[in-house]
Write a protein that binds this ligand. Sequence first.
Ligand SMILES: NC(=O)c1ccc[n+]([C@@H]2O[C@H](COP(=O)([O-])OP(=O)(O)OC[C@H]3O[C@@H](n4cnc5c(N)ncnc54)[C@H](O)[C@@H]3O)[C@@H](O)[C@H]2O)c1
Ligand SMILES: [Zn+2]
Length: 354
Amino acid sequence: MQKLTINTPSVTSTIYCGEGAFKERTPLLKGKQLFVVTDSNVYRLYSGLLRETFGDVSVHILPAGEKSKNAHNLLKILADMLKAGVTRSSTVIAFGGGVVGDIAGLAAALYMRGVSIVQIPTTLLSQVDSSVGGKTAVDFNGVKNIVGAFYQPYEVIVDPVFLTTLPKRELRCGLGEIIKYGALDEGIYKKLIAQKDLFSTEFLESITYDCIAHKAAVVCADEHDTGGQRKTLNLGHTTGHAFELYYKRKSHGEFVLIGMIYEIYIARRLGKIEEGYARNLVGLIKKVLPSIPAYPDASKAAEFAKYDKKNKEVTHISLIAPHSEGESIEITLPAEEYCSLIRECSREIKEKRA
Ligand SMILES: NC(=O)c1ccc[n+]([C@@H]2O[C@H](COP(=O)([O-])OP(=O)(O)OC[C@H]3O[C@@H](n4cnc5c(N)ncnc54)[C@H](O)[C@@H]3O)[C@@H](O)[C@H]2O)c1
Ligand SMILES: [Zn+2]
């Protein structure tokens, strides 16, 4: 088990990562009043483990899926916390994927203006990304993550044991964020390129730590996303989020992979990425998601990129694109040009397939 800390002016958040982390760390939570938030799939698989570990605790079970990450369910969690007698000295445990982590994190931030939260991420995506860094949110009025808060968990317990029950599709989603880290961090990129089977359990276990270490360093430097460093973690996300809002059918991580393909195309067309590097990155993405959708109405979907929080003006779209090994670049372009490049890219994908 490895240990990492995020020190911010307000809090120290400790991350324990590796085999055995759950068994070693959870006994230390006993004796506190706990309130667990999880989802229906995770509860079905791990209700026995939860009872065995925490005894007879209050558990709020969300219906599984992104649709649950909404304001209505946030209020339901808060109502249950009140009913369960949660106090300032209680601890909320987010036991599940990114959906559970984001909504439980926001509930913990709001309840009594803040109660402690421990994140126990159970998907690859939440282990490598969402459980670390303190961004919490719900989707609202059709806009993703638009209502939220920065609220650091005081502990994150990342144990690969939970990946054993994860369907391959969910591993693919986690790999979406892992490849994003590869585009930001030379060390991670080299490991990805050298690895034959990206889905191998041993590989995922070791790369998880690297991704968390990258994110922890970025969060320490720019906790509230104001200094520019944290913005880099949105690589692939401007287009990914826009497509996610419009098409809905796939999951966040899959849209990150698709978003990276479209944004690499834009960087190529604008001469902002090294050609060989672009080819290698596309190759990596296709190893994880062999079929990239050539959405015929992609430019319509791209309109949603206007809502991206990175944009300084409504008329322009800002995105973080890969540039060279370990280097990313911010590209800002008029919304119309962005939409037209997205349309071109979808045409190219379609032609290559034909
Ligand atoms: N806060 C952040 O910094 C941040 C970063 C990236 C993504 N996110 C958010 O994370 C969310 C996506 O997270 P996700 O991909 O984990 O989705 P998710 O939480 O919906 O989990 C995916 C699916 O896996 C199931 N599942 C969870 N653990 C399992 C296990 N161990 N075995 C079997 N099934 C399991 C869930 O029930 C669900 O059906 C999005 O809402 C996204 O916006 C947040
Ligand atoms: Zn993401």
